[in-house]
Design a protein around this ligand. Structure first.
Ligand SMILES: Nc1nc2c(ncn2[C@@H]2O[C@H](COP(=O)(O)OP(=O)(O)OP(=O)(O)O)[C@@H](O)[C@H]2O)c(=O)[nH]1
Length: 382
């Protein structure tokens, strides 16, 4: 394909994907990055159109405007990525300073070496900008949720390889002169790879977005909004995963219930009751080992699944949780009164398969009611 056709295809693709991002971004929360990616696509597309409009053989100064627009578009891409991961994008002043610095450097190169200077600097500039995108993706991947790991790895590889390709092209043009800008195998390979890269980049950004939305949806479906513990659906999923794993340890079920919780609501108000629920949930979540499962089944009922083969371990965990909750003192919604509460716990026999789960849950419940009947604030084994 001749360079003008490649540039036209790139411009069309970038403009369409930029527009699509802006349309999709209208349905999403502000500052999630996609709006900046949309602007990046539109600006990059406009830069290519500007390059075509000026003509591929136009004097370097004409093409400089489109080059500055391309670097501006790359800055928007990095800003969108930083926004997506919740960090502050570059300030407009710093972005402007970078653009002016690039323009000054390129002008010096054009004055010294004409078209070769211009193309060497824009390719080096695009190379550095792509490597920056790769660095942002690689850094974000370290702390990212599991669903984002793969798209971020692909983005790191794609942006990194595009960065290296652009920088190498810049150095090649500086060394070999104007003849290699549009002609020859390296130029053909470069245009083929950047066309593919542009299409893939838009897909990866959408992949990132869908992975994030998917994670948020699954979080909403499986976690209790008040305490952030697993809800019933989340517990079912966790049990299926636990028992589905090879060599799964047996689980002992601790059924927990806050004693006389209605009184807390009645005396201190529902908002204070919510604070107590959050505080108890915190004690349970912090008090177990990473392999254990903690869930809120509704109201003031919780369940802890303890990966322990022997009853003594489960009973001592239950006792530890009971005394930690009894020692807890929660500031009520008025900010002054403190609320205290106790819990009763029923502990089941070991359960080694998902099929036995309801029997274990019923046994733990019976033990819990026995603990309540025996005066509350105690642990009973099934
Ligand atoms: N604040 C708050 N209260 C809730 C929530 N869900 C359920 N409740 C309240 O929890 C209370 C449960 O009361 P009961 O089932 O009578 O149990 P209890 O008062 O703890 O008594 P025992 O379990 O017998 O010790 C009810 O008043 C419910 O309204 C919630 O999300 N927030």
């Amino acid at each position: 394909m001749d360079p003008a056709t490649v540039i036209l295809v790139l411009a069309t693709h970038l403009t369409c994907s930029g527009g699509l991002f802006l349309v999709v971004g209208r349905q999403l929360p502000e500052r999630c990055g996609i709006q900046l990616w949309g602007l990046c696509g539109l600006l990059f597309g406009a830069a290519f159109v500007g390059r075509l409009a000026a003509g591929l053989d136009a004097p370097p100064a004409w093409g400089q405007l489109s080059d500055i627009a391309m670097i501006g578009a790359m800055l928007l891409l990095t800003a969108g990525l930083r926004q997506f991961f919740g960090s502050e994008p570059l300030s407009p002043r710093a972005g402007l300073a970078l653009l002016l610095g690039f323009a000054a450097l390129q002008t010096l190169a054009v004055l010294g070496a004409g078209a070769v200077g211009r193309f060497a600097v824009i390719n080096l500039g695009l190379g550095i900008a792509h490597l920056w995108v790769a660095a942002i993706a690689a850094t974000a991947r370290r702390g990212a949720e599991p669903g984002l790991q793969r798209p971020l790895l692909v983005l790191t590889i794609l942006a990194g390889s595009q960065g290296l390709a652009s920088a190498t092209r810049g150095l090649h043009i500086a060394a070999a002169g104007v003849d290699v800008i549009y002609r020859g195998i390296p130029a053909q390979l470069y245009y083929a790879y950047s066309s593919l890269g542009t299409v893939l980049l838009a897909m990866i950004l959408l992949w990132l977005l869908f992975a994030r939305l998917n994670g948020q949806l699954s979080e909403l479906a499986t976690r209790d909004a008040l305490t952030r513990l697993l809800n019933r659906t989340g517990l079912d999923d966790a049990l299926r995963r636990h028992f589905g794993a090879r060599g799964a340890q047996p689980l002992r079920l601790l059924a927990l219930d806050i004693d006389h919780f209605k009184r807390i609501n009645d005396t201190l108000g529902h908002a204070s009751g919510d604070q107590v629920l959050r505080a108890v949930a915190g004690v349970l979540a912090r008090g177990v080992r990473p392999n254990d499962i903690v869930a809120r089944l509704g109201g003031e009922e919780f369940v802890v699944c303890c990966a322990a083969a022997d009853a003594a371990t489960a009973l001592s965990l239950a006792e530890r949780l009971r005394s930690a909750v009894a020692a807890l003192s929660t500031v009520a919604a008025d900010g002054r009164t403190t609320a205290r509460c106790t819990i009763s716990i029923g502990v089941s026999e070991a359960c080694s398969a998902l099929a036995d789960w309801s029997r274990a849950a019923a046994a733990a419940d019976r033990a819990l009611y026995a603990a309540k009947a025996a005066g509350r604030d105690r642990v009973m084994a099934a």
